[in-house]
Design a protein around this ligand. Structure first.
Ligand SMILES: Nc1nc2c(ncn2[C@@H]2O[C@H](COP(=O)(O)OP(=O)(O)OP(=O)(O)O)[C@@H](O)[C@H]2O)c(=O)[nH]1
Ligand SMILES: [Mg+2]
Length: 437
């Protein structure tokens, strides 16, 4: 087996090299995208295609060579003479040709070991042929799969192209790759204004040659986005000996669930002492929800109703490394509720306010919510329900518009596992699907 590996920019280039080096009979064993160079997502390197190809140097086994013995073990009958078509062809998806009719066989004289010998040889011959055929079939299947995968990739590329051409904006004159990425950004929910700014900036800064390389352009855009957005590393950005965070936000976005996830993560993974506080005193069910979580995680819980009580509760947790405060959901349009919340959380200082928003909320609503809650200091944003969202552009629109750093991403209902510290790489991946390309 002669095996060769190539790093190329496209499959056509690989096919030419394989044909040149290994001949037309070579097969593609595998293809994959690899990053040349180092860095997160290979951001500082280039993505190339790695193609492994092989040519089988063993002489071809043929049915004729395997069956070229008669039942007496004599290498007499030339099978080609009987049925030339039985020679093993290059495997195909057709069913194998039927075996040639067996030569007339005399009845076996007796079952002594001498009489069994030719049958054993016959069986061995057949076994070799079957093995050879199945090897060739799996190699062929693999080849076909790779071919199919490649063709599917090409078709997807064409479809993208056709889709982008059918809705090309008249006023944007972009090279093909940038146009496709512009469409992808817009399809992902990134506001048109931001998408345009990004691709035009990229066009100015990428050479004509690099613009031909789709992966390069995509990574370039990813790096630009990573420069724009900010993250807080969860609550690790708080350097005070005691980290006190309050989760504020509209109703039903996942504040209580997220409070429990953060408390649990801090306690179990980071081995910190944690205290929980809730200022959601109006709704018994809401208090019970957090009480249940507190019991499961095994952390103390204090229930408070105003600023004074909250200050006292925080004080009572002076031996805790982390204090997580849950608040009742508050409609941004309810002036009374907003006033009460502001009374407690309007001071920048010891308590860090994290605004909890659902990634499924419409852009315009997120704007209104953020503006209204913005009367209090907002130290970070938590986006929840990523698992229920199909496009993540809204997260970027928010991050670009309000310049608020993102702290956590919540990806499901399960406590404590469905939460992750927001990182720029993960966020950019959500929008541009870099890890999946
Ligand atoms: N799919 C999904 N559901 C979530 C996520 N986070 C929370 N939820 C669910 O959303 C619902 C509301 O969650 P809560 O934590 O009670 O929300 P809240 O903001 O405290 O609600 P209020 O206190 O009523 O304002 C629950 O069913 C949660 O299980 C998430 O990331 N993904
Ligand atoms: Mg709640």
């Amino acid at each position: 087996m002669n095996l060769k590996r190539y790093r190329v920019t496209n499959i056509q280039e690989a096919l030419q090299l394989i044909k040149r080096d290994l001949g037309p009979e070579a097969i593609i064993v595998s293809t994959r995208q690899v990053k040349e160079g180092k860095g997160t997502f290979g951001l500082f390197g280039k993505t190339v295609l790695e193609v492994t190809a092989a040519r089988d140097d063993k002489p071809k086994a043929t049915l004729s060579s395997a069956l070229g013995r008669n039942l007496n073990g004599q290498p007499s009958l030339d099978v080609e003479e009987i049925a030339p078509s039985t020679e093993v062809e290059e495997p195909s998806l057709r069913s194998p040709s039927p075996l040639p009719p067996s030569p007339a066989v005399a009845p076996l004289p007796s079952l002594d070991s001498r009489a069994l010998q030719p049958i054993r040889q016959e069986l061995q011959g057949l076994r070799e042929v079957v093995e050879e055929l199945s090897n060739r079939t799996s190699a062929f299947e693999e080849f076909s799969n790779n071919q199919l995968r490649h063709e599917l990739g090409e078709m997807r590329h064409m479809l993208h192209l056709m889709a982008s051409r059918s809705s090309l904006p008249d006023d944007l004159d972009l090279p093909e790759n940038l146009m496709m990425l512009y469409q992808q950004l817009k399809f992902g929910g990134l506001e048109d204004k931001f998408s345009r700014r990004l691709v035009l900036e990229a066009q100015k800064n990428i050479s004509d040659e690099d613009l031909q390389n789709f992966s390069y352009v995509k990574i370039f855009l990813a790096r630009m986005l990573m420069k724009i957005i900010r993250t807080t590393e969860g609550i690790e950005y708080i350097t005070a000996p005691q980290k006190v965070v309050a989760l504020i936000g509209p109703t039903g976005v996942g504040k209580t669930t997220t409070a429990a996830k953060i408390a649990s993560d801090q306690m179990l993974k980071r081995k910190r002492r944690v205290g929980l506080i809730t200022v959601d005193t109006f709704r018994i069910a809401a208090v019970e929800q957090l009480r249940t979580y507190a019991k499961i995680i095994n952390v103390p819980l204090r229930i408070v109703s105003d600023r004074q009580e909250m200050d006292k509760a925080v004080e009572s947790f002076s031996d805790c490394d982390v204090v997580v405060i849950d608040t009742g959901g508050c409609s941004q349009r309810d002036e009374g509720q907003m006033f009460e919340l502001r009374e407690i959380f309007d001071e920048r200082g010891r308590i860090h306010n994290l605004l909890v928003l659902s990634s499924t909320t419409k852009d315009n609503d997120l704007n209104e919510i953020t503006r209204k809650f913005g009367v209090m200091p907002i130290d970070g944003v938590i986006f929840t329900k990523l698992d229920e969202s199909a496009s993540y552009g809204t997260i970027f629109n928010h991050a670009i518009r309000f310049k608020k750093p993102v702290s956590f991403l919540s990806t499901g209902q399960k406590v404590p596992e469905d939460i992750e510290m927001a990182t720029k790489e993960r966020m950019v991946d959500l929008l541009l699907n870099i890890s999946g390309s």
